[in-house]
Every structure is written in structure tokens, then in C-alpha cells.
Design a protein around this ligand. Structure first.
Ligand code: NAD
Length: 340
């Protein structure tokens, strides 16, 4: 039924139903690495929930799964509390939605038109893997965790140590304590090979490289992870005991100097007006990349402004993910196949 025609009681029931479904799909996706529905179907469900909640904010279910990030850590792993929470990202799907994001951020900061036109961004491919947090004490890797529910993650230190891309020690001067954030992923080639091997062994294939990467890292036996050729891109910072840089771009340079792989396609944009051209360029390169991406992340470059903007709900106000519509195309194809 049309959402606007629901009375408050019906809206409350529908929101509770949608929140339950979101919670169930989150568990399948984040905890079991085996999604029950396509990302497009999941995103459509969330959109329906958000639209209805905007019409009936008073009817929000208590402990709604739609408010959370990811899913609670699996009890099979040790739990670790992040010093700075690990959040999600708000999504946009077109230029108008991207401009609305710029409008919200610049209004929050009180920037005038001229200042807004000069606001610099860093644009990075959005890697379709799972986010991890790496803790270094005096330059030595001591702990690695998954995002979990954003507050507490799963301790996967031994598994992360098997990644060839992960520096055991930071090169050069390192802060006393730092949390480095990045994405662990499996290349398209290794994903296909892994699924072929899974099928040969009579095991269920992974739905996509993201789930294969998560399933490979979240193993109780690190020897299994060691056999899966996982890769890493570092892209941001959680807690840091000292001020290292003032811009996100300089921070990416610092990450490289410490020895981390940083995505070479990342680019500093002098203004938001360059976002669409970058999105189109990455879109064209996407199919030829060795790994899956599902969009472009735009981050305000100035770290002082990032701090002032802070977070709203489950996502930062200073960044946004501009997503590709690919999943929808796949779904349309499937629908057509079914109709035929
Ligand atoms: P998200 O994947 O949309 O965005 C946040 C994540 O982007 C970060 O946690 C980080 O891991 C990642 N990222 C990749 N490159 C990055 C970069 N350069 N800089 C910063 N972050 C970067 O958020 P989410 O909350 O993890 O999940 C939502 C997504 O998961 C949706 O696409 C949704 O469809 C899918 N999902 C699907 C199901 C399902 O059942 N099919 C269930 C839950 C979630």
C-alpha cells in the first residue's frame, strides 16, 4: 500500500515489521556472511523504512535494527571495544542527492557560497570488502578487529597477521597509539577461484567478493585465512594519540609512508563541482579493476571541518558514498529472466 495512506497504528506495525526484517537480514549478512536477499532488495527495504519513519517519527520501534551499524560481534570471537566508533556511510545515487549532502554539510558549518565553492574533497573508490580497525602501539601492530556493531568488533588479530599487505611495524615516526581503518577484500580473480574450490568441496559458494572476504577473515582458525589471498587498502584513522595531519589527503600520504597500501585511484578534488566527473571516470574504469567497488566515497578534506561536522545517527556528516546503480541492473535482469 501507499505509505502516505497508512494511519499511525498501521505505520507503527509496518515499521516494526520492517525493523525485524532488517535485523534478520543484518544477522545473515554481517554475522553469517550469507545474505538472504540481494543488496538491492535490502536497500529498498531500508528506503521504505526511512520514508515511513519520516512520515511517522513517533512510531519508531524501540531498539530498531535500522538504527544500528552492522551487527553485534559473534560470540565465537574475542570482543574488543573501538576507541573511536566505526560507523557506516550515508548513500546518494545521483547529482541532486549529492548536492543535497553538500547543502546539509555547508549549512551546518555556516559556509557562504564562495566558501562552499572552494571546499576541497578527497574522492576514493568504495571498496566492496569489510572494514577493519588496526591498532598500533609505538608503531607495532598489536590488534585487529572487525567493525562489529560499530562500538565493539571481533578480535581477528591472528587472521589479519596472515595478510601480506599488513605492516607488522610502521615505518618512520609513529604515534604512541593509533587505530588505522581500512578495507579487507578479495580480488575478483581470487573470488572466482575460491568459489570454484567451494563447489568442488560441495560447499555453498559465496554470494559476492564482499561476503567471501568477510567469511575468509572471520575464521576461527587463522590457517584457513592464510590460504585465502586477502588484500588491504587503508583509508582513515580512528583514535590517534597525537595530531599527525590537518587534511585527509595528507593522512593518506602518511599511511603510504607508514607502509600501507592506499588506493592509487584516490584523488583530491579542489571543489565538490568535480565530483560527478570523477564518479563517471571511476564508473568507466570499474569493470577493468581487479577488485569490486560499489561506488565512490567523498570526504571533506579538512580534518578540522570533519571534527566540527561530527556524526548524525549511524554516519558521519562529512562523508558520503555515491553508489553505482549496478545491483538494480542485476535485479532487473533476474526479473526479466523470471518473466521469460
Ligand atoms: P556501506 O557498505 O554502505 O558503507 C560503509 C562502509 O564502506 C564502511 O564501513 C567501509 O567498510 C566501506 N568503505 C569502502 N571503501 C571505503 C573508503 N574508501 N572510505 C570509507 N569507507 C569505505 O555500509 P554498511 O553499513 O556496511 O552496509 C550497507 C551495505 O551493505 C548496503 O549496500 C547494503 O545493501 C548491504 N547489506 C546488504 C544486506 C543483505 O541482506 N543483502 C544486509 C545488510 C547490508
Amino acid at each position: 500500500p501507499d505509505l502516505t495512506s497508512l494511519n499511525p497504528e498501521q505505520a507503527r506495525a509496518e515499521l516494526a515489521r520492517l525493523a525485524d526484517l532488517i535485523g534478520r537480514y543484518n544477522t545473515a549478512y554481517y554475522t553469517e556472511d550469507a545474505p538472504e536477499v540481494s543488496d538491492a532488495a535490502y536497500d529498498a527495504l531500508r528506503k521504505r523504512y526511512d520514508t515511513l519513519l519520516a512520515l511517522h517519527p513517533e512510531a519508531e520501534p524501540a531498539d530498531s535494527a535500522a538504527r544500528t551499524v552492522g551487527a553485534a560481534p559473534d560470540s565465537a570471537f574475542g570482543k574488543h571495544r573501538h576507541l573511536v566508533p566505526m560507523l557506516s556511510l550515508d548513500n546518494v545515487f545521483d547529482q541532486a542527492e549529492f548536492e543535497a549532502f553538500i547543502g546539509r554539510a555547508t549549512r551546518f558549518l555556516g559556509l557562504n557560497e564562495e566558501e562552499t565553492a572552494k571546499l576541497a574533497f578527497v574522492a576514493e573508490p568504495k571498496i566492496d570488502g569489510l572494514s577493519i580497525s588496526l591498532t598500533y602501539e609505538n608503531g607495532v601492530f598489536v590488534r585487529g578487529t572487525t567493525r562489529g556493531d560499530g562500538t565493539e568488533g571481533e578480535d581477528v588479530t591472528a587472521n589479519l597477521r596472515t595478510l601480506k599487505d599488513l605492516p607488522e611495524r610502521l615505518h618512520g615516526h609513529a604515534p604512541e597509539l593509533i587505530e588505522i581503518r581500512g578495507e579487507v577484500f578479495l580480488s575478483k580473480e581470487h573470488f572466482l577461484a575460491l568459489n570454484a574450490a567451494q563447489e568442488e568441496l560441495g560447499r555453498k559458494p559465496f554470494a559476492n567478493p564482499r561476503n567471501a572476504a568477510a567469511g575468509s577473515l572471520r575464521q576461527l582458525d587463522a590457517r584457513v585465512t592464510a590460504r585465502r589471498p586477502l588484500s588491504l587498502f587503508a583509508y582513515s584513522m580512528g583514535f590517534c594519540s597525537e595530531k599527525t595531519t590537518f587534511s585527509h589527503w595528507d593522512y593518506l600520504e602518511q599511511l603510504k609512508a607508514w607502509g600501507f597500501p592506499v588506493n592509487p585511484l584516490s584523488m583530491r578534488l579542489e571543489a565538490a563541482s568535480g565530483a560527478e566527473a570523477f564518479f563517471d571516470k571511476i564508473g568507466q574504469e570499474r569493470a577493468a579493476l581487479a577488485y569490486d567497488i560499489d561506488g565512490v566515497v567523498y570526504k571533506i578534506d579538512n580534518l578540522t571541518l570533519q571534527e566540527r561536522l561530527g556524526f548524525a545517527g549511524r554516519a558521519p556528516r562529512w562523508a558520503v558514498a555515491w553508489k553505482f546503480p549496478a545491483e538494480q541492473a542485476v535485479t532487473t535482469l533476474k526479473t526479466i529472466e523470471i518473466q521469460v
